[in-house]
Design a protein around this ligand. Structure first.
Ligand SMILES: Cc1cc2nc3c(=O)[nH]c(=O)nc-3n(C[C@H](O)[C@H](O)[C@H](O)COP(=O)(O)OP(=O)(O)OC[C@H]3O[C@@H](n4cnc5c(N)ncnc54)[C@H](O)[C@@H]3O)c2cc1C
Length: 414
C-alpha cells in the first residue's frame, strides 16, 4: 500500500532513502532548508569503501587523545566550552573503546558499507550520472613503520570481516600514487573500494532524478515534529502539516527532533574540513589516506580534495579556517610537487554517535517516525543500505540488514 512519506533532510541519506521509497510507489516529499546535497554530504572525501569498517572508538584511542590535542597539526580539536554538554557522549565513547565493542562495530559497519558501490552504481545509472562513480581502490599510507604496525588491529578487523587488502611496499606505493612524498614507505591497498568524484553533485543528480520520477523536494525549515496518533505532525516554515510517515534524516540536527518525539540519542557535531585544489593532477587514480595525519586525498572531478580532521564544536559556531589551512600544509607535505594554491575551503558537520553505528529504525515512542541519522564518518557510503532498511520498514518487510543493533534505545542511560 502506498503511503505519504515526508523525509526531513536532502543529504545523501535523505535523498537515497527518498529515491528507494519513490521507486516502490510511495508519495514522497523531501524537505530541506537548503538545496539538496549542501550539508555534510557536499564536501566529504567521497569514499565508498566496503572495507572502511574500523570504528573511531578502538582500544588505545583514548590514550592517543592528549597527544592529538597537543599537536597543532593533529587530527583532533575540542571546544572546551562544549565539553560539559558533550560529556555524556564522551563517556559512551570511552565505553565503546573496548575490544569486543570495536569488533562488533566493525561487523555492523561491514554490513552497512558492503552494498554502497553497487547501490550507487544502480542509482547513478538511472540518474544518468554513472561517470561520477570511480572503481579504483583506495591506498592507506604511513611514513613510520611504528604507525603502520600500530594500525594492525584495523587490518585484523578487516581480515576477520572478509575485506580484501594487499600490504604494499614503497615501490608499489609510488607506482599507485606517483606524486606522493618518498617519505611514505608503508601501507596497504584496498582493491574493492571506490569513490564518488563529487559527492555533492551525486546527491544533486539523484535529487533531480527523484523529481523526474514524481518525488517532491521543498526548500523550507522544519521547526518541530510531533507524533499524532498513527500519523505525524510537522511544523514547516510556520505551517502545520500531516504525514503518514516521517523519515528523520536531518544529519547532525536530527538529535533535536528525535528528542521532540521522546528519544534522546547521544549525537555529537563532529566537524570536518576540506580544501580542494582546482586542476591539480598529481597522477593519482585512487583516494589516498594518510594513516598518521588521518586525512584523505581524493581525485575529484573538480580538482584534488584533501578532507579530514575532527573538531568537536557547536555545529553553528563559525568555521575555524585554521583547520583547513592545516590540510593545505599536509597536502604540500604529502605531494611535494603540488602547487597548493587557489584552493576552496569547506567545513561540514558529521552526525556522530559514540559507537560509530548509525541510528536507524522506528522511533521507539512514535512508530510513524523512522530514524535514519548518526552515520558519522560513513554516511555517504552507508546511504544505499540505510535506504533499503527504510524502504523495507515502510513496506512492512523484514529488512535484509537487521536494524536491531541500530536502535535508538541502545544507549540506555543517555
Ligand atoms: C571531512 C569529512 C569527510 C568525510 N568523508 C566521508 C567519506 O569519504 N565517505 C563517507 O561515506 N562519509 C564521509 N563523511 C561523512 C558523511 O559526509 C556524512 O556521514 C553524511 O554526509 C551524512 O549524511 P546525512 O544525509 O545524514 O547529512 P547531511 O548531508 O548533513 O544532510 C542533512 C540535511 O538535513 C537538513 N536539515 C537539517 N536540519 C533541518 C531542518 N530543521 N529543516 C530542514 N532541513 C534540515 C540539512 O540542511 C542537510 O541538508 C565525511 C564527513 C566529513 C565532514
Amino acid at each position: 500500500m502506498a503511503s505519504d512519506v515526508t523525509v526531513i533532510g536532502a543529504g545523501a541519506i535523505g535523498i537515497v532513502s527518498a529515491l528507494m521509497l519513490r521507486r516502490e510507489g510511495h508519495r514522497v516529499t523531501v524537505i530541506d532548508r537548503q538545496a539538496p546535497g549542501e550539508g555534510a554530504s557536499f564536501g566529504n572525501a567521497g569514499s565508498l569503501a566496503p572495507s572502511s569498517i574500523v570504528p573511531i572508538a578502538l582500544p588505545g584511542t583514548i590514550r592517543q587523545v592528549p597527544k592529538w590535542l597537543r599537536d597543532p597539526l593533529g587530527p583532533l580539536t575540542l571546544s572546551w566550552q562544549q565539553l560539559p554538554k558533550m560529556l555524556p557522549w564522551f563517556l559512551h565513547f570511552n565505553r565503546a573503546c573496548g575490544e569486543d565493542r570495536a569488533r562488533r562495530a566493525a561487523t555492523l559497519l561491514r554490513a552497512m558499507n558492503t552494498p554502497s558501490i553497487e547501490g550507487y552504481a544502480e542509482l547513478l545509472a538511472e540518474a544518468g550520472a554513472s561517470d561520477l562513480l570511480r572503481r579504483q581502490g583506495m591506498l592507506h599510507v604511513y611514513r613510520r613503520e611504528a604507525s603502520f604496525n600500530g594500525s594492525a588491529f584495523g587490518r585484523e578487523l578487516r581480515r576477520d570481516n572478509g575485506c580484501e587488502f594487499e600490504i604494499v611496499d614503497a615501490d608499489r606505493i609510488h607506482a599507485l600514487a606517483p606524486g606522493l612524498s618518498k617519505e611514505y614507505r608503508y601501507g596497504f591497498f584496498l582493491p574493492d573500494n571506490a569513490h564518488l568524484a563529487g559527492p555533492g553533485n551525486v546527491v544533486k543528480a539523484l535529487a533531480a532524478h527523484l523529481q523526474r520520477i514524481g518525488g517532491v523536494i521543498e526548500q523550507a525549515e522544519v521547526t518541530a515534529i510531533r507524533g499524532a496518533g498513527q500519523g505525524v505532525t510537522l511544523e514547516v516554515g510556520g505551517r502545520t502539516r500531516q504525514a503518514d510517515i516521517v523519515v528523520l534524516a536531518a544529519g547532525h540536527a536530527s538529535g533535536r527532533f528525535a528528542a521532540q518525539v521522546g528519544t534522546h540519542v547521544p549525537l555529537a557535531p563532529e566537524r570536518g574540513y576540506h580544501i580542494q585544489i582546482p586542476g591539480a593532477e598529481p597522477g593519482l587514480h585512487c583516494p589516498v589516506t594518510d594513516g598518521e595525519g588521518r586525512f584523505v586525498a581524493t581525485p575529484m572531478a573538480g580538482g584534488l580534495r584533501f578532507a579530514g580532521t575532527s573538531e568537536f564544536q557547536a555545529a553553528g559556531a563559525p568555521p575555524n579556517w585554521d583547520r583547513a589551512e592545516i590540510l593545505a600544509k599536509q597536502a604540500k607535505s604529502m605531494f611535494p610537487g603540488l602547487e597548493v594554491k587557489n584552493y576552496s575551503r569547506w567545513m561540514g558537520v558529521r552526525p556522530s554517535t559514540p559507537d560509530s553505528a548509525p541510528v536507524i529504525g522506528r522511533s521507539p515512542r512514535h512508530p510513524g517516525v523512522l530514524f535514519a541519522f548518526g552515520h558519522g564518518h560513513w554516511g555517504l557510503m552507508a546511504a544505499p543500505a540505510t535506504g533499503r532498511i527504510v524502504s523495507d520498514l515502510v513496506a512492512g518487510r523484514t529488512p535484509k540488514i537487521d536494524p536491531a543493533p541500530f536502535s535508538a534505545d541502545r544507549f540506555g542511560w543517555f
